[in-house]
Design a protein around this ligand. Structure first.
Ligand code: ADP
Ligand code: MG
Length: 247
């Protein structure tokens, strides 16, 4: 009988990441991982260092120390650095601008390489997944905010990134739409089997979307675990207060 070794590297792992701006330690010894197919949520109040952490993973900001691994492969430490465009990392930010002069199809195909037919098939597949097949030849300005958001998701997923980084992607959306779009986005991410590091300052969003929550404060991770555990056993009074907004 063959022994099954089921040791899989995390999709993303960061170890002891540090970043200082001036004399402020903005990211202080942050370690976390995202497992394949899962959503890890980096949750914390505004200014605690979430976006800086994400920018270092994306490769647009350089850490002072610490290492970043994708699928067990070192992509960045203080001496070695794979450039952002070669990290196979997908990005979605709050101000996710689509290219206004390009059709929906061209927006989604933007990061794709290969034969035209192949690209077209991937675009069609993704637009079907986000329920926007009808919009393939439209231009962004005729779409609603929620629809544009779904195009942005399709665009980010098109090249099959190894990990998707999302920085408060829903905060620009109307309250009424937000829950629906969160759920749809999650469903598509799961269907594509994409691992996600999601940044948010809203506990409710983390509870709704995360498999794992890393609670961040003043540049440090103060607690990490399953949403249920974090919610039911907050690490200290500040964490209790932070979660008390959820109704
Ligand atoms: P968050 O995303 O959690 O709101 P950020 O990572 O954007 O927090 O910022 C953390 C802190 O670092 C903030 O006080 C911010 O003003 C500061 N900061 C971010 N980027 C820079 C920069 N390029 N230069 C100086 N300070 C910065
Ligand atoms: Mg931020």
């Amino acid at each position: 009988m063959q022994l099954q070794t089921n040791i899989e590297s995390p999709r993303l792992e960061i170890r002891s990441l540090r970043k200082r701006f001036g004399n402020r330690q903005v990211v202080d010894n942050v370690s976390l991982s995202v497992q394949p197919g899962q959503v890890t949520c980096l949750l914390g109040p505004s200014g605690c260092g979430k976006s800086t952490t994400l920018r270092m993973i994306a490769g647009v900001e350089m850490q002072d120390s610490g290492e970043i691994y994708v699928d067990g492969e070192l992509i960045c430490d203080t001496v070695f650095r794979i450039p952002p465009e070669r990290r196979q990392i997908g990005l979605m930010f709050q101000d996710f601008a689509l290219f206004p002069h390009m059709s929906v199809a061209d927006n989604v195909a933007f990061g794709l390489k290969g034969a035209a037919g192949e690209k077209r098939r991937r675009v069609e597949e993704l637009l079907a997944k986000v329920n926007l097949s009808w919009a393939i030849d439209k231009f962004p300005h005729v779409l609603s905010g929620g629809e544009q958001q779904r195009v942005a998701l399709a665009r980010a997923l098109a090249p099959r990134p190894r990990i998707m980084l999302m920085d408060e992607p829903f905060s620009g959306l109307d309250n009424r739409l937000r829950d629906g779009i969160r759920d749809e986005t999650l469903a598509v991410l799961k269907e594509e089997d994409t691992a996600v590091l999601l940044v948010t300052h809203e506990p409710e969003e983390a509870m709704r979307m995360a498999d794992e929550i890393a609670l961040m404060r003043d540049g440090e991770i103060v607690q990490q675990g399953a949403p249920y555990n974090i919610y039911n056993a907050p690490v200290d009074k500040q964490a209790v207060a932070f979660f008390s907004d959820i109704n």
